[in-house]
Design a protein around this ligand. Structure first.
Ligand SMILES: Cc1cc2nc3c(=O)[nH]c(=O)nc-3n(C[C@H](O)[C@H](O)[C@H](O)COP(=O)(O)OP(=O)(O)OC[C@H]3O[C@@H](n4cnc5c(N)ncnc54)[C@H](O)[C@@H]3O)c2cc1C
Length: 386
């Protein structure tokens, strides 16, 4: 455990109250206005949410993966757009530095990421390179003691608010695959770095993505994470392993919220003279939700403990992300069904969750990519057993 038991329970309790008292009442307003109130972001900073996974020596809470998953599950009891505000700081926008950064990089950036003074973004995807991330085309050419970056990154979460980008770029054009890729730390405001207009999305309104464009953008040579060329793709994959477990935590929290709302509605709504909760076909939908939720939670906590004990969890992280993101999609679909027409009407918020959770199956590796990773790891295991 990173935190003393009492302190951790206090954190869970404070998070639960923050979600219920501050976030849930603002869900529809944030979604309608596609805007996150500044004072809310400030409260998130004060609660330490930006530093959940950043080591304590750099001002974060330094939670273990298991502890972080528990906090993220609590935060999943409200719209995922709220988690997105600090999600890149605790995940893909900071973990590259935590895992592979030099001491100078850690000292320079982690305290500001942990406090939320700086927003971190992770820029891997490009217009022609999504699932096939290793084919990325953004170039970083050495010139004197600087690198010159050229290329476009697409759908970058929090880019409109970011102060720091972790950018995957090709330093060796001769190596076509992952070995030629390095991870750069690029500060917002660098000459040659511009942002596209924020994209309009299906859901998770209040959270923003846009293109990040590099045109002869010069960065110092020591901006490479870890100071060594060719390591960027490995760094990105390590970052995604942990990220997939926290995304899974978000799926579990969202599923718990949807199930709770569905049970409540089923007990209140009467048809044929009795609550619909008494109909066995409705009960079957609830039972399927609860069963899948239990499986999801069990596997994520197991994988988190394995990760905390130092195991390689690439396969388990992919299994969790695949199962949990698909699970919450099915739960959201049944929640609409249980709510009947009300499930389709904005006022009840169920249709918003239905749209919001759709993203989980796409980003940080689609479901198909998770399947490929799982099978690849299985083949590796089989080969090593021969
Ligand atoms: C809201 C949002 C936020 C995002 N945030 C970030 C971010 O912060 N940073 C970042 O770098 N990226 C981010 N992304 C990008 C996201 O990770 C990619 O969209 C995702 O990885 C899929 O890539 P793609 O969109 O290019 O789809 P494609 O790779 O074109 O895939 C299209 C379809 O083909 C399937 N497919 C592709 N290859 C295979 C294969 N070999 N076998 C079987 N099926 C295959 C896919 O599963 C999918 O169904 C974000 C995306 C969205 C929508």
């Amino acid at each position: 455990m990173a935190l003393d038991r009492d302190v951790f329970e206090q954190l869970i309790d404070t998070t639960r109250r923050f979600v219920a008292e501050r976030l849930v009442p603002l869900e529809s307003e944030v979604a309608e206005n596609d805007h996150m109130p500044d004072e809310l972001v400030q409260e998130m900073r004060e609660l330490g949410l930006f530093g959940l996974s950043i080591p304590q020596e750099y001002g974060g809470l330094g939670l273990t993966v298991e502890e972080e998953v528990h906090v993220i599950i609590e935060l999943g009891h409200t719209s995922p757009a709220f988690r997105s505000v600090f999600g890149t700081n605790t995940g893909i926008g900071s973990q590259g530095i935590v895992i592979d950064g030099t001491d100078e990089q850690k000292n320079k950036y982690l305290p500001k990421l942990a406090s939320g003074e700086l927003i971190g973004s992770f820029a891997l995807t490009e217009p022609d390179s999504g699932s096939d991330a290793a084919s990325l085309r953004t170039m970083a050419r050495m010139d004197g003691n600087e690198y010159v970056l050229n290329g476009t990154k697409r759908y970058i979460t929090n880019a409109p608010h970011a102060g720091l980008f972790t950018v995957m770029a090709r330093t060796d054009p001769e190596i076509k695959g992952s070995g030629g890729i390095s991870a750069f730390l690029v500060e917002a405001g660098s000459a040659g770095l511009t942002l596209g207009t924020p994209d309009k999305k299906m859901g998770q309104h209040g959270a923003h993505v846009c293109d990040v464009i590099f045109e002869d953008c010069r960065v110092p040579a020591d901006s490479i994470i870890g100071g060594k060329e060719g390591q960027g793709f490995k760094t990105a994959m390590k970052v995604l392993d942990r990220g997939r477990l926290t995304i899974s935590g978000g799926c579990i929290g969202n599923a718990q919220r949807l199930i709770r709302d569905s049970v409540r509605y089923a007990r209140e709504r009467k048809q044929f003279g009795k609550p619909i909760a008494e109909f066995q076909l409705v009960q079957a939908m609830l039972a399927d939700c609860e069963t899948e939720l239990y499986a999801a939670k069990s596997m994520v906590l197991d994988a988190a403990r394995l990760k905390d004990s130092g195991e390689n969890i690439t396969k388990q992280a992919a299994i969790c992300k695949y199962y949990c993101s698909e699970m919450v999609g099915r739960v959201a679909d049944r929640a609409v069904q249980i709510h009947g027409g009300a499930g389709y009407i904005t006022e009840y918020g169920i249709e918003r969750f239905y749209r919001d959770v759709r993203l989980y199956r796409l980003y940080e590796g689609t479901s198909q990519i998770q399947q490929l990773i799982i099978a690849r790891e299985m083949m590796k295991e089989a080969n090593s057993e021969q």
